[in-house]
Design a protein around this ligand. Structure first.
Ligand SMILES: [Cu+2]
Length: 249
């Protein structure tokens, strides 16, 4: 009888501990995570935790430019352009101005003026044990009708910044959570680390009613688009009023 109650309380403790641990382990992600092609949509980046007990003081995002990006089809490298699958990628994601989490924010642009990312920072910071939401809008993305793409997943590269450091100290403890794909950029982080190669993924589903798959496609293809290492290195730093403020140069 005693043994049974000991086991019961141990199990209860296990369940309790596990629910806490799952909360703590939930990564920064996108909610809702997927949208249908052809519709403008509102989605959030959800910051799920700080860096250990350190508050998040800013966040920085890189969106695959679709030009230098790597494209995978059903897990295999694809050498053609993204435009074989998506008609109009580029300038597709924008944020709203909103000072509820951070006081400063801006888009990042490529040399043609396309939005290739965004950053937010400053102000009162995000408590390490609370969640934060950053609203973004995605334009109406269109699948190429002749393509076999059924799902196209865009892998974002993000960083939740808790302490401003130089690039060499990003791997120090409780400094930053890097939500980047491990593509060989300076922002890869450490293999085995909590957030290593755990990027947020934004998924577009083909509208099979208005844009059905060609019959020859069978079940259709799953396409994954990742930013290149060169793009992440170029677009991840936060430039404020013309000066790079993160990582410290
Ligand atoms: Cu996590």
């Amino acid at each position: 009888m005693l043994l049974k109650s000991v086991i019961q309380s141990f199990l209860a403790l296990l369940v309790l501990t596990c629910s806490i641990c799952q909360n703590a382990l939930a990564h920064t992600s996108i909610d809702p995570p997927s949208v249908t092609e052809g519709t403008q949509s509102q989605n959030h980046i959800v910051i799920n935790h700080g860096c250990g007990d350190q508050a998040v003081i800013g966040t920085s995002y890189v969106i695959p430019d679709g030009v230098s990006s790597t494209v995978n089809v059903d897990g295999n490298p694809y050498n053609g352009p993204l435009s074989d699958f998506i008609q109009n990628w580029g300038n597709s994601i924008e944020i709203y101005q909103d000072r509820s989490l951070f006081s400063e924010q801006d888009h990042k642009f490529d040399d043609k003026g396309n939005v290739v990312g965004f950053w937010l920072g400053g102000g009162r910071s995000l408590s390490p044990h609370l969640k934060g939401r950053i609203l973004f809008v995605s334009g109406a993305v269109l699948f190429v009708p002749e393509s076999c793409a059924k799902v196209v997943r865009f892998v974002f590269a993000g960083a939740d910044i808790c302490k401003i450091t130089g690039i060499d100290d990003l791997i120090a403890e409780n400094v930053v959570n890097l939500w980047t794909p491990a593509v060989g950029s300076k922002f890869d982080g450490t293999p085995g680390g909590h957030s290593f190669d755990s990027p947020s993924v934004f998924t577009f589903n083909r509208d099979l009613a208005t844009n059905p798959l060609p019959e020859s496609c069978g079940a259709g293809q799953q396409v994954t688009v990742k930013p290149s290492a060169a793009q992440i290195d170029r677009d991840m730093p936060v430039i404020f009023n013309g000066i790079q403020v993160w990582p410290q140069p």
